[in-house]
Design a protein around this ligand. Structure first.
Ligand code: SF4
Length: 219
């Protein structure tokens, strides 16, 4: 693909956004949660795991542990057992317990609303903090870059970067801030339903005309 001017890329991005909004008007975070604490725990569990599996696990987990103090006081072995099927369960259980303790100690059991405070919690990186801020509080401080967002941003020619933080900075410069949270939902939904990692369904893609299909193998 020849280099595109910033102006041309912004105009193309606007069209992509319009088409994805039309295609997925109901796009939302697919991790089940009823409050910010549940979203925080579900997002910690979602590392290297599908949302579907996390939702199965949290259906039971959230019946038993209802507050930050419950997670802080849970015996580690019990927590490990409860989150075992999400993978990396020892780490995740330890982080959830430590996270619950920090919430109780520093924030009166509530989930804080800033990137800095969230980022300082155990097991919470920039991506998790972005998920919580955007979806639990409606605060757009960044763009969630998961495997789908990274793959689609590259295929769509929105970035040449590979690392999530660099991809995020480029997307933040391109996408209007008020759409940051939704934009990642649109890409994630499109990645799960059309632009698959192995065999993207380009023939039926709703944004085919706007996509240079970078790195996609033609059959
Ligand atoms: S045209 Fe193909 S590569 Fe581009 S977004 Fe659609 S499915 Fe993905």
């Amino acid at each position: 693909m020849p280099r595109e001017t910033i102006k041309a890329k912004s105009a193309r991005l606007k069209k992509i956004v319009r088409a994805l909004d039309r295609t997925y008007p109901e796009a939302h975070c697919e991790l089940d949660h009823a409050d910010p604490l549940q979203l925080l725990i579900a997002t910690i569990l979602s590392a290297q795991c599908t949302d579907k599996r996390v939702n199965l696990v949290t259906t039971e987990l959230f019946k038993k542990y209802r507050s930050a103090a419950d997670f802080a006081n849970a015996p580690l072995a019990e927590l490990e057992q409860a989150v075992r099927t999400t993978g990396f369960f020892r780490n995740k259980a330890r982080n959830i317990q430590a996270c619950g303790a920090a919430l109780v100690e520093k924030f009166g059991g509530e989930v804080p609303r800033t990137m800095e405070e969230l980022h300082a919690l155990a097991g919470v990186g920039r991506k998790t903090a972005n998920v919580v801020l955007g979806n639990a509080f409606g605060i757009n401080v960044g763009v969630v870059v998961d495997t789908h967002v990274a793959r689609l941003s590259q295929r769509l020619g929105l970035t040449r970067q590979k690392g999530p933080e660099k991809i995020e900075s480029e997307l933040m410069a391109l996408v209007p801030q008020k759409q940051w949270t939704l934009f990642s939902h649109w890409l994630i939904w499109h990645g799960r339903r059309r632009c698959y990692a192995r065999k993207p369904d380009c023939a039926n893609c709703e944004i085919k005309k706007l996509c240079p299909q970078i790195g996609v193998k033609k059959n």
